[in-house]
Design a protein around this ligand. Structure first.
Ligand SMILES: Nc1ncnc2c1ncn2[C@@H]1O[C@H](COP(=O)(O)OP(=O)(O)O)[C@@H](O)[C@H]1O
Ligand SMILES: [Mg+2]
Length: 238
């Protein structure tokens, strides 16, 4: 199966208020794809529709060959589809390690749970130093890393990140994105990166889609989009 995510003519919204009006996009296995657009464009609604938290009114979403539009949201992580919501949503009064352990729900064995914890922590060196600290005491960047690390504990196939750069300094954004790239390479993970930070996102991804008012208005290779004058003017402060 070469395509991990295939969305066709997706319509979705809130109580009759249509937000997404015919979104089609696909992600190949092992690919990092970014979905960029301004505040209110419908990016989080799109992730909500994929994770079945927002009502889909038309269209199809195939994940790993299975139509998931009628699948209960709680079944998706076990199928290999996980999302890190904006802000990460860690449990602040639990330690970093406890947060990570919560991300592990495979039924393999206790030993595998331990091995996986060490493996994930080795990919995020900052967390190794902080594993006994409360998650609420982490900096913004560390929190984002911890949320991403927790999301991959059960070895998902597709990881979707909702604006991981929000509130981070440019240097920290660079660090988080570097880790995401290393993680994708190491694990053969597919990634959907949702960002308002268009310039940085396009540097990380190979391909991208631009969302405006619930529709895809542009798509192509990240290089091509990054050098497009119209996109530069609209999103990159050029
Ligand atoms: N829970 C909600 N109920 C009703 N409307 C919502 C809700 N969440 C978002 N919206 C509306 O949907 C549109 C898209 O929002 P959103 O998907 O959050 O955009 P983005 O993530 O691109 O900033 C906006 O007009 C927003 O006001
Ligand atoms: Mg959003």
């Amino acid at each position: 199966m070469n395509t991990i995510l295939d969305i066709r003519d997706l319509h979705a919204g809130y109580n009759q208020a249509a937000v997404l009006e015919g979104i089609s996009l696909s992600v190949s296995n092992g690919e990092i794809v970014s979905i960029v657009g301004a505040n209110g464009a419908g990016k989080s609604t799109l992730l909500g529709a994929i994770t079945r938290l927002v009502e889909v009114t038309r269209g199809s979403i195939h994940f790993d060959g299975v139509d998931i539009t009628t699948i209960a949201p709680h079944r998706l992580p076990a199928m290999g589809l996980v999302m890190v919501p904006e802000g990460g949503r860690l449990f602040p009064f639990m330690t970093v390690q406890e947060n990570l352990e919560l991300g592990y729900f495979s039924r393999r064995s206790r030993q595998d749970a331990k091995d996986r914890l060490e493996e994930v922590i080795s990919l995020f060196p900052v967390l190794a130093e902080r594993r006994e600290q409360l998650a609420g005491h982490l900096s913004g960047g560390e929190r984002q890393m911890c949320a991403i690390a927790r999301a991959v504990m059960s070895r998902p196939k597709l990881l979707m990140l909702d604006e991981p750069s929000v509130g981070l300094s440019p240097m920290m954004v660079g660090k988080v994105f570097e880790l995401v790239e290393a993680l994708a390479r190491h694990e053969g993970l597919s990634i959907v990166l949702v960002e308002q930070n268009v310039e940085e996102a396009l540097e990380l991804s190979k391909r991208a889609y631009v969302v405006e008012h619930g529709r895809i208005v542009r798509s192509g290779s990240s290089d091509e989009l990054r050098s497009d004058p119209a996109l530069q003017a609209a999103y990159m402060g050029a």
